[in-house]
Design a protein around this ligand. Structure first.
Ligand SMILES: Nc1ncnc2c1ncn2[C@@H]1O[C@H](COP(=O)(O)OP(=O)(O)OP(=O)(O)O)[C@@H](O)[C@H]1O
Ligand SMILES: [Mg+2]
Length: 415
């Protein structure tokens, strides 16, 4: 099969930076041909705090993936996250333009749809924020609501309900700068949980209602889908790193040891069987700590419970708990914690499953892990929106225009 496009996703996480290179054939089959993964430095709670360190880590992750794939990366889709992200629902209304046909009926065209989305997008934003995504939820034609695809329908008045996601300009610019410094172009900037949703959620789940929880190192991101589209997004400023820090503090061990204990011996529930103390030697001074595995898991559980409860409060605050007929899907490295799915079921009283990325072949085994949901999702987002983000001079795609706008504005501000 001939390769028709190459898509590259870079997940800029707080703890890891991963690059995935994929090739797309004529049938839209996506094959992973390169993966790079390196420890993240210079990011804090989902945002860049050190340009040089982040640039360097991006460079390493790209190099690794390029070597595996045997190709050079040109431009990339990058995830954006952090608690600067805000989302609002907005509505736009337009009068449907009169057709040029003999009947001169008011048939809704793609152009009308773009106009109404533009109208819905026109919300007042503070100077330091810019729109990242405008995601249509539903349209109304005259007074008929709940329409997904209004093109071709007849009507006088077209309304669009959209979900607008905005981010701090400074955060987006810092990502842009790091990517540019690493020697590649930015093809698209995608909200991380939105990207992840492409890799782990089914159409049915999005239809019936589901919350995606990306349990990362620095943050826990929440995205709610209902009736086929995104309804709510928010970011909780706590993640797996906080769990590790709690272990380090309570047990008096260095962070690296605490992380190792969490990964190798940790879980949410009391360990089954062997509860003998775990001996941990401190590197350097040879000091030995005796760790009680029951207590270790109590520490882990307490923080994880707190995170889930914060998510639940947020879902209740925005009236989304009643929308989750399909329950919750957990992704991110934090979701690998033993017992996290069961604890989430206990707390939310909903079905919960682990979100392993799907939709790719090739080296897909390497990324067959909830921690790679964002990276895989960036590729799948790119596949779906390639036309809109290709900057091919086509001015009709509204998202393309928005991205161009965003891009132009980046370039204007960065020398
Ligand atoms: N097997 C495991 N068990 C428990 N925790 C794990 C496991 N594997 C990874 N983690 C934890 O997952 C976290 C990293 O998750 P992930 O790679 O999704 O984060 P990230 O994308 O770097 O961060 P963020 O999305 O917050 O910016 C770390 O805190 C790590 O300790
Ligand atoms: Mg992440």
């Amino acid at each position: 099969m001939a390769v028709v496009d190459r898509l590259v996703g870079i997940d800029l996480g707080t703890t890891k930076i991963s690059t995935i290179i994929a090739e797309v054939d004529e049938e839209d089959e996506v094959q992973v041909v390169g993966v790079g993964n390196t420890e993240s430095r210079g990011m804090r709670r989902g945002v860049v705090v050190n340009i040089d360190k982040t640039t360097e880590a991006i460079g390493i992750a790209i190099d690794q993936a390029e070597q595996m794939a045997g190709i050079k990366v040109k431009d990339v889709y990058v995830g954006i996250a952090g608690d600067h992200i805000r989302s609002i629902n907005s509505r736009g209304v337009i009068a449907v333009s009169r057709g040029q046909t003999i009947s001169r009926s008011n048939v809704i065209t793609q152009h009308d749809v773009e106009r109404v989305i533009e109208a819905a997008r026109a919300v007042a934003l503070p100077m330091d924020r810019e729109v990242l995504h405008v995601l249509p939820q539903e349209f109304s034609v005259d007074d008929e609501p709940g329409i997904r695809e209004p093109v071709g329908m007849t009507g006088l008045r077209l309304e669009a309900d959209v979900h607008i996601i905005t981010g701090a300009i400074a955060s987006a610019q810092n990502i842009y700068r790091c990517v540019k410094n690493a020697g590649v172009g930015l093809r698209g900037l995608v909200l991380e949980p939105l990207a992840s949703s492409y890799a782990v959620l089914t159409e049915d789940e999005k239809e019936l209602g589901v919350a995606l929880l990306d349990m990362g190192g620095g943050t826990t991101d929440v995205a709610v889908f209902y009736d086929g589209s995104i309804r709510h997004t928010s970011v909780i400023g706590l993640g797996g790193t906080n769990v590790t820090r709690d272990i380090a503090m309570v047990q008096g061990v260095p962070i690296e040891q605490a992380e190792k204990l969490k990964l190798e011996k940790g879980g949410i529930y009391p360990p089954l069987g062997d509860t003998a103390p775990i001996s941990v030697k401190e590197p350097g001074n040879g000091k030995t700590h005796q760790i009680d595995p029951v207590q270790l898991n109590e520490i882990i559980r307490a923080r994880t419970e707190e995170i889930f409860e914060m998510v639940m409060r947020e879902l209740k605050r925005v009236d989304c708990m009643g929308l989750l007929a399909s329950g919750l899907v957990l992704t991110g490295g934090g979701s690998l914690l033993n017992g996290s799915v069961m604890l989430a079921e206990e707390i939310f009283h909903k079905p919960v499953r682990s979100g392993v990325p799907k939709g790719l072949s090739g080296l897909a085994e390497t990324v067959h892990n909830p921690a790679f949901a964002t990276g895989v999702g960036l590729i799948l987002y790119g596949l779906k929106h390639a036309d809109e983000t290709a900057f091919n001079g086509d001015d009709t795609a509204v998202f393309g225009r928005i991205l161009k706008l965003f891009k132009g504005w980046f370039e204007g501000l960065i020398s």
